[in-house]
Design a protein around this ligand. Structure first.
Ligand code: PMP
Length: 380
């Protein structure tokens, strides 16, 4: 959708993009300055495969001070974005036919990575009524002798849902009964969380050794292009990821790593500023979505997405008589007629929804929602 939107924009059409998953802020100055300094200090050579030791130490310190989790630097592997971290974990853990349990909706690449590893994705469906969160009973029912990994994000892309400590504890009680299952906890949206503090499933000691935390700098520090992510895991998994990465990309960009150290050492002031803007926009979009007949939404607790239900438009026709059959059709219609780029929920495993990112200025959000309302009003 982003690509299609850009194509239309290149023809001179004013497209508002609510389809991309990245903060619309610039990387904070102190982080950019650290990168400039790294260049001047000639951090331009190959770095150690799992990352510079002082970056890994800064990550260990962050996990202790922000999350109260104890790790050693031998348990940290830094990669070329959280995306490579996820891919490393799946490629090292998953053998052909292994089952990976994934609640839907999920971030698009999860199931594709499982397929690349010749594993099998087993989906647990959720909906807006359950705030897109699974129950322990659903988890239990999805487990088979072939289950190897459970993977999820909280705060979630695409729904913004956040699991509370109690909800995580209830899932942990299930994992305690199944000691062969690993848990991949994607915490990339950790800092864009509008409820209490971030809760990691790694805080439960009974399963901590089986939890692989994936996190990174893209969302918290508006550093999507820098490609800097990491895992925190048990030593065997960390060593396996290190070994795999040694034969693929080697250590990630030396300059980005030096900047990452400063991002973590200098604290969260810039993150909090960004979060305040996201909170304001969340209210704005929530109110505007609620004014659109046929659209059902919840108030997401984190990330910067809405995932409203739009199935009431299926079966309706546009001005040319084309029938809207699914969420992709609706997203395409909104792009072509409303000139707003969104993403159909089918990309995330739930067809009855679309994803809107509110990482855009207040003015574009107001205009985008006006266009969406108008375009949807024309469907008959
Ligand atoms: N996990 C989720 C849930 C994401 O939304 C994204 C980015 N859209 C990533 C991982 C990958 O982040 P990175 O930029 O660090 O590769």
């Amino acid at each position: 959708m982003t690509k299609l939107g850009r194509e239309l924009a290149s023809k001179g059409i004013n497209i508002i993009s609510l389809s991309v998953g990245e903060p619309d802020f610039n990387t904070p100055d102190h982080v950019k300055n650290a990168a400039k300094q790294a260049l001047d200090e000639n951090y331009t050579r190959y770095s150690p495969v799992p990352g510079y030791p002082d970056l890994r130490q800064a990550i260990v310190n962050k996990l202790k001070t922000e999350n109260n989790l104890d790790y050693d630097i031998s348990q940290i592997v830094v990669s070329t974005g959280a995306k490579q971290s996820l891919s490393n974990v799946i490629l090292t853990l998953i053998d052909p036919e292994d089952e990976v349990i994934i609640p839907t909706p999920y971030w698009v690449s999860y199931s594709e990575m499982v397929t690349l590893a010749e594993g099998k994705s087993v989906f647990i469906d959720t909906d807006i009524e359950s705030d897109f969160k699974i129950t322990p009973a659903q988890l239990e029912a999805a487990i088979t002798p072939k289950s190897k990994l459970f993977m999820f994000s909280s705060p979630c892309n695409p729904t913004g849902s956040v699991y509370s400590k109690e909800e995580l504890a209830a899932l942990v009680a299930v994992f305690e009964k199944h000691p062969n299952i690993y848990i991949l906890s994607d915490e990339i949206y950790e800092h864009i969380n509008f409820v209490d503090k971030h809760e990691s499933i790694a805080q439960f000691n009974s399963i901590k050794d089986r939890v692989i935390i994936v996190n990174g700098f893209s969302k918290a520090f508006a550093m999507t292009g820098w490609r800097l992510g990491y895992i925190a895991a048990n030593k065997e998994i960390a060593a396996a990821n290190d070994k795999l990465q040694g034969q693929t990309t080697s250590g990630t960009c030396s300059i980005a790593q030096r900047a990452g150290i400063v991002a973590y050492e200098q604290g969260l002031a810039s993150v909090l500023e960004m979060k305040e803007a996201f909170l304001r926009r969340r209210e704005l979009v929530y109110n505007l979505l609620n004014e659109i007949p046929g659209v059902k939404t919840n108030l997401p607790d984190g990330a910067f997405y809405f995932f409203p239900e739009i199935s009431s438009f299926f079966g309706k026709k546009d001005a040319d008589g084309n029938v809207i059959k699914d969420s992709s059709d609706l997203a395409l219609y909104l792009l072509n007629v409303g000139h707003v780029a969104t993403v159909g929920g089918d990309s995330f495993g739930n067809n009855n929804y679309i994803r809107l990112s509110y990482a855009a200025s207040d003015e574009s959000l107001v205009e985008a929602l006006r266009r969406i309302k108008e375009a949807l009003g024309k469907l008959a």
